[in-house]
Design a protein around this ligand. Structure first.
Ligand code: FES
Ligand SMILES: [Fe+2]
Length: 445
């Protein structure tokens, strides 16, 4: 039995979330209030589909990984029939954290406190001195707390502790295409998580990361220092693997505002958003000459045929955000996960995939991308984290309760009932994310 709190959450008295988000502004409590944060855990991170891992991380029965739905740690485990199950990482006896290794293989989980032992389906298998714990039948009622739904979309695993709401594919909506594209870029159709995981911690609210990822006004200001380094040291590009990826990313942040303006922003309901690519054509052309890339292209054409292969490679997007907590870069087979730890503390975990059937050097590109974009040593990411901390500090007190989110509002274009589009410097993605926030934060039947 799940001990979920879904549908029975506790709304602190006086907290009216619907008043916190308005069409062109948002109340600072959304980023700073501990009650709001607690409610987010119940209403967003339990009820929306949250990305928790990839099939390749737990291929065989008994394989498990630790993951998070917001602040809740879960054990995600492959079942004997090949399916997936997830449980709160908490012993049903006295509540000890059950699993401490981030991943592993097991037939049972045994608690280190009083040695209760659980099967991988969550059932309580045995305990020492059972007679002292009451009737034998109680075993069946003392299993792990199960997360209600776990589903995989093309290898990407999502969970929610709720029976209501849209099915996973409907939830992903227009952004399923980002996951499709990453898988389709693999000549075998298979991706394997490889190369470790990078983590960055910042003292700021989790939503700042998702909002900033599609804020195209900030790069030339916030990342100006990194642009300068890349411009001063053109030799970096030559030592920089087959595409000059690192130097190119640093330089791309130096685009002028009118160049950013020409990047398209696409905002779907559910808060999902993607932005068009912005690497200059020169980079893409250079890649097309590279022997490794040509070998990759040949493998991809063999798999899909030349026309579909071209189509797959032509999808040029940078950040694809699957709200609330996943950022996808299909071109470099990379994901970033947002994990809220506290109202003012967030952990970002980033990793990438190797494409089975592609030349091994293609994975080096993904690793290089990740190191440039998402490592604690990244010249780009460290600038963003500094800004998040300044925002959190600035928002934590003062007389002005409101933040502006109205830029570009007059020019947002409605493309369909659930889909809008804007020019690059619009704050449309932020407005959409906040509307999704409001949707999930309001009580659902
Ligand atoms: S807390 Fe786990 S067996 Fe007692
Ligand atoms: Fe940035």
């Amino acid at each position: 039995m799940s001990a979920s709190t879904s549908g029975a959450d506790t709304v602190p008295s006086g907290l009216d979330v619907s008043a916190l988000v308005q069409p062109s502004r948002v109340h600072r409590a959304v980023y700073t209030d501990a009650d709001v944060f607690a409610l987010e855990q119940e209403r967003i991170f339990r009820r929306a589909w949250v990305f928790v891992g990839h099939d390749s991380e737990l291929p065989a029965p008994g394989d498990y990984i630790l993951a998070h739905m917001g602040t809740q740690e879960i054990i995600l485990v492959r079942q004997s029939d090949g399916g997936l199950a997830a449980f709160e990482n908490r012993c049903s006896h006295r509540g000890a954290r059950l699993v401490v290794q981030p991943k592993g293989q097991t037939q049972r989980f045994t608690c280190s406190y009083h040695a209760w032992s659980f099967r991988t389906d969550g059932g309580l298998q045995s305990m020492p001195l059972p007679q002292g714990y009451g009737a034998e039948s109680a075993l069946s009622e003392r299993g792990l707390t199960r997360i209600r739904q776990v589903q995989s979309y093309r290898g990407f695993i999502f969970a929610r502790d709720s029976d209501g709401g849209p099915e996973l594919s409907a939830f992903l909506g227009g952004l399923a295409s980002a996951l499709d594209n990453m898988v389709d870029r693999s000549p075998s159709g298979r991706l394997v998580q490889r190369g470790g995981k990078l983590q960055m911690l910042y003292r700021g609210n989790w939503k700042m990361f998702m909002e900033n990822a599609v804020d195209l006004v900030h790069p030339m200001f916030v990342h100006g220092g990194a642009v300068m380094v890349a411009r001063k040291h053109p030799e970096l590009a030559e030592q920089d693997g087959i595409t000059g990826q690192t130097a190119q990313m640093l330089l791309a942040n130096g685009l002028l505002l009118n160049e950013w303006e020409s990047v398209a922003l696409h905002a779907h309901d559910s808060g999902h958003v993607y932005m068009g690519g912005f690497y200059r054509e020169g980079v893409i052309a250079a890649q097309r000459q590279d022997p490794v890339y040509l070998a990759y292209l040949a493998a991809l054409e063999q798999c899909h045929g030349p026309e579909k292969a071209r189509e797959v490679l032509a999808m040029d997007r940078f950040n694809n955000l699957i709200w609330p907590s996943l950022s996808v870069n299909a071109r470099f087979q990379a994901v970033r996960m947002v994990q809220p730890l506290a109202v003012d503390q967030t952990l970002i975990t980033s990793y990438c995939f190797a494409m089975e059937g592609a030349p091994a050097e293609m994975h080096e590109l993904s690793l290089r991308f990740l190191n440039t974009a998402s490592s604690p040593g990244s010249l780009v990411a460290s600038d963003d984290l500094e800004i998040f901390e300044r925002c959190q500090r600035g928002l934590s007190e003062g007389l002005n309760d409101w933040l502006d989110t109205g830029r570009g509002m007059a020019d947002d274009r409605t493309m369909g009932p659930t889909y809008r589009r804007a020019q690059g410097t619009s704050e449309l993605p932020i407005r959409h994310q906040l509307q999704a926030w409001l949707h999930w934060m309001e009580p659902h039947a």
